[in-house]
Design a protein around this ligand. Structure first.
Ligand code: 2NF
Length: 252
């Protein structure tokens, strides 16, 4: 007779463990989003979404997560963003979110149901037990890139980009050496999954910190790289330094 292996009570991985009360937070955020933030989604089954989210990583090797693990969750959420309303961001999370809080018709990934539920959470399981690992989870750097959190963001970011249509936007950080980083999720996943038949234009807003250094701008080499990748994919590229409606928010 084989007893199930009990979960390790030592730290197995270098990353922080699953966020305390993970299941309750997922359920609570799902209700907040579907009942209050976007009541047009009030008929979504949050109990089911919580159950399917947990099933996507429990009892599995946390270094062997796959896109397929999250397909049932993505299908349950099944949310579409209207054309011209998608906002990508890279190294500008706070500012991009400030902007979509004011411009409520616009969506970052975190303004969609799955992004809203998962933002800033950590989670993992273990192949030898059906329990949540609250002790530690693998990190990309120290353990493995196919961990449940990284694979989740890669998968939902890919889907978010595939679904985008019309004119799409990206908020970039012009106070960094490279405003466009090809190793970021935006550079690695999102731009390569835009559909040229659906996405007409990518409009970049390169924002500088107030009083900060102007180390990059629309004419810099990293933005030229972005422009050439986008143009080769037959999508129009436009760029604005310190786009005014976003610029105002940096003062509040
Ligand atoms: O946590 C999120 N909300 C998140 C994580 C990864 C990707 C959101 N995204 C989506 C958003 F929709 C944006 O359009 O991708 C875009 C932002 O990702 P980015 O990598 O271009 O931007 P960064 O500012 O470099 O990273 C954002 C945060 O995500 C983490 C990173 O450490 C930072 O906290 N992150 C980035 N890639 C991964 C990954 N593969 C990651 N965390 C885990 N695995």
């Amino acid at each position: 007779l084989m007893w199930p292996r009990s979960p390790p009570n030592h730290k197995e991985w270098q990353g922080s463990g699953t966020t305390a009360h993970f299941g309750d937070i997922v359920l609570g955020r799902c209700y907040t989003y579907t009942q209050i933030v976007r009541p047009e989604l009030r008929d979504k089954d949050c109990q089911k979404i919580q159950e399917v989210f947990l099933k996507s990583f429990l009892s599995k090797d946390p270094c062997d997560a796959t896109e397929q693990d999250y397909q049932p969750l993505i299908e349950l959420a099944n949310q579409t963003v209207p054309c011209n309303k998608t906002v990508f961001w890279s190294k500008t999370k706070e500012l991009a979110h400030q902007y979509t809080r004011v411009q409520q018709a616009l969506f970052t990934l975190e303004n969609t149901l799955l992004g809203y539920i998962a933002d800033d959470l950590s989670w993992c399981g273990d192949s030898g037990s059906s329990e949540i690992n609250y002790q530690s989870c693998p990190t990309r750097r120290d353990n493995c890139s196919s961990n449940p959190v990284s694979v989740f963001w890669n998968t939902v970011s890919k889907r978010f980009a595939e679904d985008a249509c019309g004119v799409v936007h990206v908020v970039l950080n012009g106070s960094l050496n490279e405003a466009f980083d090809r190793r970021s999720t935006f550079g690695r996943v999102e731009i390569h999954n835009l559909h040229p038949k659906k996405v007409h234009t990518l409009q970049a807003w390169v924002m500088h910190d107030i009083g900060g250094v102007r180390s990059d701008s629309c004419s810099s080499s990293s933005i030229r790289d972005l422009k050439s990748i986008i143009s080769e994919r037959n999508i129009t590229f436009t760029c604005q330094n310190n786009y005014r409606p976003v610029r105002f928010l940096q003062c509040v």
